[in-house]
Design a protein around this ligand. Sequence first.
Ligand code: NAD
Length: 481
Amino acid sequence: MITYDSLYVDGRWLAPVDPLPIDVHSASTEELVGRAVGGGPADIDAAVGAARRAFDDPTGWSTWDPAARAAALERFADELVARGEDTATRVSLQNGMPIRISRQVESTVPATLLRYYADLVSKADIEEVRPSLVSGSTAVRREPIGVVGAIVPWNFPQTLTFFKLAPALAAGCTVVLKPAVETALDAQVVGEAAAAAQLPPGVINIVPGDGPGAGMRLVTHPLVDKVAFTGSTGVGRIIAEACGRLLRPVTLELGGKSAGILLDDVDLGRAMKAMFAVTLLNSGQSCYVSSRILAPRNRYDEVVDAFTALASSVSVGDALEESTVIGPLVSARQRDRVEDYIARAVADGGRITTGGGRPADNDRGWFVEPTIVADVHNDHTVAREEIFGPVLAVIPYEDDDDAVRIANDSNYGLAGTVWSSDVERGTAVARRIQTGTVGVNGFTLDHGSPFGGIKDSGLGRELGPEGLAAYQQLKSIYLPR
Ligand code: NAD
């Protein structure tokens, strides 16, 4: 049983003013495994106040030489690595992510990102002097944007936190992090590691809490300079509206309904070896999965059979078991939502070829079987809306143009994949997809390149040098001749 009764704010563990009791149940067994506490608007006020003071300190974090900040981020990374196994276990207990994935991703990517941005910021020029086109010269400076309000979901809680924290801290910003209540326990590890790394008080402040209370207070707080959000499109719109009124910069990483296009020359045997990670990873609770499978009409049955074999062969079980490939969903609510989508798929004329229900061997935990729905039309609900579960829709197409048309006929534009025996042909099709990211014969998220979506999938980019620029503002100082 893991218990916390305080919040990491201003470099100390403080009892919340507006306590929000959080009971954490194992997604795999439904047992109570932890008790944490979150905060409300008054705690956000305290956290933002601490972040503001830390940012405005005339000799503080934001004014440090980038190399000094980089050294602190390296220490922070070391402390996170030392807690990696604990972090992975907490994530898997809470949200049902198979432990082999949380070890590979959740306990390693945060340190990787901190080291990447530490290196980037210590090599980049903060100030560049250009000859003026009129007279004298101009110093163009990249200054930290200020106090950042970061709001993250539960599906990859650590990784998505550090998509924001690593570049923001490297740039010289201070941060108030609002994790989702579903993953409050692993968020506390971030505070413990920050304290152990001796980051100055107020540089990182962590207040788990609900959306409308703590979340909205953070978005609209007068002393916050930028909002960075990852979550659903519906909440993203609410946050964008609030930031629009305030003229507050905001980055939005939202939902997806990406297409995986199998071209007619695809080597299906080879493609299927890489397909799990792109479609069903984390029980489909990953924003970038290719959840619409587009199959050429003349190979449709072959493709449906291959996906049916994939989905029916993966081992479903307790997230903490080493052998588990598919764990439970994060909550009973999420399981019910996914089951509703499966019922809708059938009502719309879809054909379930495997799965469709709860696994017989798991009488506890929020499990849904990996499910393939064939004979889906792109107008069906199962092809239009993000399900966030282990459900794939297989849609037939006529030729490459038709495949591109169907892929682009979506409100979303976050990711996607193209599969072909001819990489050049696959890449040519990838160029035609309206999306923020797309993979050819796989999808490996590259931390050195921008990640994000278009259309209802979001605004702005994270990762790469562009992800650092999102936490900097430009200032031109016109210098005399
Ligand atoms: P969600 O939008 O319900 O919640 C995300 C976070 O926002 C949580 O911390 C929540 O407490 C907070 N929140 C909720 N309402 C709020 C409000 N009114 N004001 C401020 N904060 C509020 O999303 P979820 O169900 O937790 O996460 C799943 C969603 O996240 C999916 O749609 C998924 O696609 C998306 N996601 C996107 C990416 C990406 O990079 N594009 C990555 C992972 C997840």
